[in-house]
Design a protein around this ligand. Structure first.
Ligand code: SAH
Ligand code: SF4
Length: 347
C-alpha cells in the first residue's frame, strides 16, 4: 500500500469509529499538512452525526483569582506578585448567576484558582443558593479537592466538574506543577466519575517539551477516563511566569488534537475554547468546524474580568450578552445555531 493510501485508510477508519491504537493516533497527529482539511471535515461530520448542529452555551463566572499553586504556565500562580487579587462575594456571584439565567443560558461554570478560602461549607452554600434561586445546572472548576469535598458538592447540587489533566506526561506535569502529583489528579478525576459527575478533562497544546507521542497519550487519557467533556486549548505564554516568551502560534496543532479527540470519543462535549479564540481571530469558528460543539461565554463582571489573567490577551471584549449576539452571527455564517438547552452528554 502506498503512503497516501495508508493515510486515506486511516482517516476512513477513524471516521467510522473503529478502535484507534496509540500508533494510529500518532499517525493522525503527524499527517502531512495536505490532509488537515480532510481530518477536520471527518471530525466535523462525526460531530454532526453524534451531537447535531446546535452549539451549547455555558456561562462562566471566574469568582476568585487567588491560587495556592505555582503552575509554571499560569498567570494566577501564587508566585506572580504583579497580579491584583480578588474574590467575588457570595451576593456578587449570585447576581451574576441570575444574569446568566436571565440570558437564557442553562449552565453556569464556577471557576477559580485553588483557593481554600472557599471551604467545603462556603462552596456548598453557594451551590445550594444558585440551585434554589436560579435552577441553573452547576459545573465546578476549582481544582483538586478531597473525595469528601466532591461528595459534599454533589450533595449540595453540583452536576458537573472540569479538571483538566493538563498533560499525560508525568515528567512534564511534575515540572510544570511543582509539588503536584499526576496520580493524584487522575485519582480526583476517577472520584468525580465514580460519583456520577459529568466530568471534564483536557490538556494544553504547545507546552514546552511536548511531543506528538505525549499528545497521543493525552487523547488516550481522555478516552480511558470516559470523560464527558474535553477542554483542549493552546498554551499561551504569560509574561509574568517562568515560561514567559515561549511563544506558541501553532493553532493547527491544537485543531488537530481537537479533531482527533472528536473522532476518538464520538459523543463528548468539546468547547471551542477562549484560548483558541485568543490565539487566532477565527480560532473559535475553526474549532467549531473541526469537531467542537460548545462555547463558554464569560459572564465575570467587568471589574474582575481582566484580573483573571491566566494568559494574556484573552479574547471577548464587552458584556456576555454582546458577546453572545456577536457569536450568534458568526455561527449562522457556518450553518450552526445556538441552543439554549442543558446539553448533557447523550447516552
Ligand atoms: N485552578 C483550576 C481552574 C482554573 S485554571 C485548575 O487549575 O484546574 C483553568 C485552566 O486554565 C487550566 O486547566 C489550564 O489548562 C488553563 N491554563 C492555565 N494557564 C494557561 C496558559 N498559559 N495558556 C493556556 N491555558 C492555560
Ligand atoms: Fe492555580 Fe489552576 Fe493556575 Fe495552576 S492552573 S496556578 S492551579 S489557577
Amino acid at each position: 500500500m502506498s503512503i497516501s493510501d495508508k493515510n486515506e485508510n486511516l482517516l476512513i477508519k477513524a471516521e467510522a469509529g473503529k478502535d484507534l491504537t496509540r500508533e494510529d493516533i500518532i499517525a493522525l497527529l503527524k499527517l502531512p499538512f495536505k490532509y488537515s482539511a480532510a481530518l477536520y471535515l471527518a471530525a466535523d461530520r462525526v460531530r454532526k452525526q453524534q451531537m447535531g448542529d446546535e452549539i451549547f452555551l455555558r456561562g462562566i463566572i471566574e469568582f476568585s483569582n487567588h491560587c495556592e499553586r505555582n503552575c509554571l504556565y499560569c498567570g494566577l500562580r501564587k508566585g506572580n506578585t504583579n497580579l491584583s487579587r480578588y474574590r467575588m462575594t457570595e451576593d456578587e456571584i449570585l447576581a451574576t448567576a441570575a444574569q446568566i439565567k436571565k440570558t437564557g443560558v442553562p449552565t453556569v461554570v464556577l471557576q477559580s484558582g485553588e483557593d481554600s478560602f472557599f471551604s467545603q461549607d462556603i462552596v456548598c452554600r453557594l451551590i445550594e443558593r444558585i440551585r434554589k434561586e436560579t435552577d441553573l445546572i452547576i459545573t465546578l472548576s476549582i481544582g483538586e479537592r478531597s473525595l469528601n469535598d466532591y461528595q459534599a458538592f454533589q450533595h449540595a447540587g453540583a452536576n458537573r466538574y472540569l479538571l483538566k489533566h493538563e498533560t499525560a506526561s508525568r515528567e512534564l506535569y511534575k515540572y510544570l506543577r511543582p509539588g503536584c502529583d499526576w496520580e493524584n489528579r487522575l485519582q480526583c478525576l476517577r472520584h468525580l466519575k465514580q460519583l456520577g459527575f459529568e466530568t471534564g478533562t483536557g490538556n494544553m497544546v504547545g507546552l514546552p517539551g511536548q511531543t506528538q507521542e505525549i499528545l497521543a497519550d493525552d487523547l488516550l487519557v481522555m478516552k480511558l477516563l470516559n470523560a464527558d467533556m474535553l477542554g483542549i486549548g493552546p498554551f499561551i505564554a504569560h509574561p509574568d511566569t517562568p515560561l514567559a516568551g515561549i511563544d506558541n502560534d501553532d493553532i493547527e496543532l491544537t485543531l488537530r488534537v481537537l479533531a482527533v479527540a472528536r473522532l476518538l470519543t464520538r459523543n463528548t462535549n468539546i468547547p471551542a475554547t477562549t484560548a483558541l479564540a485568543t490565539l487566532h481571530p477565527q480560532g473559535r469558528l475553526l474549532a467549531l468546524q473541526a469537531g467542537a460543539n460548545v462555547v463558554m461565554p464569560d459572564f465575570t463582571p467587568e471589574i474582575y474580568k481582566s484580573r483573571y489573567d491566566i494568559y494574556p490577551g484573552r479574547a471577548d471584549v464587552g458584556s456576555a450578552v454582546e458577546i453572545i449576539s456577536r457569536l450568534e452571527k458568526d455561527f449562522q455564517s457556518i450553518g450552526r445555531t445556538l441552543l439554549y438547552s442543558p446539553g448533557h452528554r447523550p447516552n
